[in-house]
Design a protein around this ligand. Sequence first.
Ligand code: NAD
Ligand code: MG
Length: 397
Amino acid sequence: MPRQRITILGATGSIGQSTLDVIARHSDRYEIFALTAHQRVDALAALCRQHHPRYAVVSSSDHALKLQALLSADRLATEVLCGEEALVAVASDAGVDTVMAAIVGAAGLLPTLAAVNAGKRVLLANKEALVMSGALFMQAVNNSGATLLPIDSEHNAIFQCLPGNFRCGSTTVNVERILLTASGGPFRNWTHEAMQAATPEQAVKHPKWSMGRKISVDSASLMNKGLELIEACWLFGMTPERVQVVVHPESIIHSLVQYVDGSTMAQLGNPDMRTPIALGLAWPERIPAGVPPLDLFTTGGLHFEAPDEVRFPCLRLAREAMQAGGCVPAMLNAANEVAVAAFLDGKLRFTDIPVLIERTLTELPMMAALELSTILAADRSAREQAIRLLPALGRGC
Ligand code: NAD
Ligand code: MG
């Protein structure tokens, strides 16, 4: 069997690294076509030495020159490219079979859509791309015949609990609702007052998962679960009312599907992203992922509680954005990206993240999301508005 040729968008990130770890265990099945990174030239050069991709992409021409110098010194044949057009090119090239979409945030939208439009097998970690462009994204999946496989652990779990012939973008049959589990993040038991003084270091210290900084802050604010609720609606054809968020601090059950006959199916495993990544790479087969098997005797008790939307308003904001429809989810995502960056920069209190998002959304007109240009315009205006509102909330430290 010929090896699957793979592009990893966001190869230097947490998901990118886990993907390369799984691929390295199966060099008979997979080869790397392209690796991309934003600015971490040294890290990308190290990955090129190890995996010999045909292309390596970075964001700016300055970074491309530095990377080229490093690769030439090692006499590597990898071709260095830069910018968004290059990301789109390596995501849609005829020489690629599978694209791992693991860029963080809106920056991943265009290359991920390009992979979908080119009919690739798309492993979707970059949930922000789907949140921004939901209807358009799923339409593109259906039109191009792309195979969309969810990598987010919850959605991957749901996919595994659905019948074997289910494809993302088609309708589920006999499903009553979806139960989306959430760890609750590092501030699950914190008071509002304590969260007001939370530092970036405390926010990124997730109790169960090791992830990039942006998604870690989203997990702490429960915006991650809000984005995932929107993601679940698009992937599985659900309304927000049919997706229930369940806080499950042990992060052993990754999500559940309830059927009309009273059956509830769950997927369990150790919290390690290599499991969903391996499933995405090999589906419909399964391959070893390097993840130790679950030992229920050491796992101990499993606990469940309802999310507190008063202390964590981001979940409500995301549900309302999905209910409002149009470009509102894209605007929610953009305002959240501005808020999280400001928080990580020490310019916004943790508890003001939802305040900034809500103000941004209230002050902007709602637009229908029919075209990509409208979505990109909504993203831009929400960013500008959130940046304008920032000084009024920011603590300027
Ligand atoms: P990360 O911050 O560790 O890595 C992000 C990657 O994107 C890096 O390779 C970086 O170079 C690249 N990147 C960042 N900004 C860019 C830009 N402007 N242009 C081009 N490339 C850019 O993030 P991560 O934790 O690996 O998460 C990646 C995506 O996967 C996110 O959308 C996240 O929500 C999703 N996800 C992550 C996890 C996890 O366990 N880490 C789980 C589920 C979903
Ligand atoms: Mg998740």
